[in-house]
Design a protein around this ligand. Structure first.
Ligand code: RB5
Length: 158
């Protein structure tokens, strides 16, 4: 059960994640949550995940959305490209503990899933845990995130 706190959520996938993306959009709709779809809008076996994950990541970094769901075949490529965008904290998630603890401790704002790895029902549970979780705001976690933010500044200034 997802808390229906109003939250802008975005989702994107390449061909490897297309089927799971469509499933998750339909599932979220049935529980009353609208998601902004950043594509792909049709299954194209030749498409490239950065073409969808980068616009999703930029929307997250610019705070047009609060949380994001990215799906590719393994979830690896999606997480690699998403973390190139400053302000995005993305991770490939395959189990329940990390789906919520990643948010609570690390302020995870993008869950990456593997459409060829994680089944639809498991993905649904992981997304629910991710969306329901809240950053703890504890000092030690804020301190660690500030170190990451400084690193982003360094990368973007060089
Ligand atoms: C596409 O075939 C596949 O490589 C991609 O979806 C993803 O798994 C990359 O990490």
């Amino acid at each position: 059960m997802i808390n229906k706190r109003r939250m802008n959520i975005g989702i994107a996938a390449d061909h490897g994640g297309f089927e799971l993306k469509e499933f998750l959009i339909a599932h979220l709709k049935t529980v009353g949550i609208e998601v902004i779809d950043f594509g792909a809008f049709a299954l194209d076996k030749t498409d490239d995940y950065p073409d969808y994950i980068v616009p999703l990541s930029k929307a997250l970094a610019e705070k047009r959305i609060e949380r994001a769901i990215a799906v590719c075949g393994s979830g690896v490529g999606a997480s690699i490209v998403a973390n190139k965008i400053a302000g995005v904290r993305a991770a490939l998630i395959t189990e329940y503990f990390s789906a919520h603890q990643g948010v609570e401790d690390d302020d995870l704002n993008m869950i990456c899933l593997g459409g060829r790895i994680t089944g639809a029902n498991s993905a649904q549970e992981l997304v629910t845990a991710f969306l329901n979780a809240k950053f703890s705001g504890e000092e030690r976690h804020v301190r660690r995130l500030e170190k990451i933010s400084k690193l982003e500044l360094h990368i973007h200034n060089n």
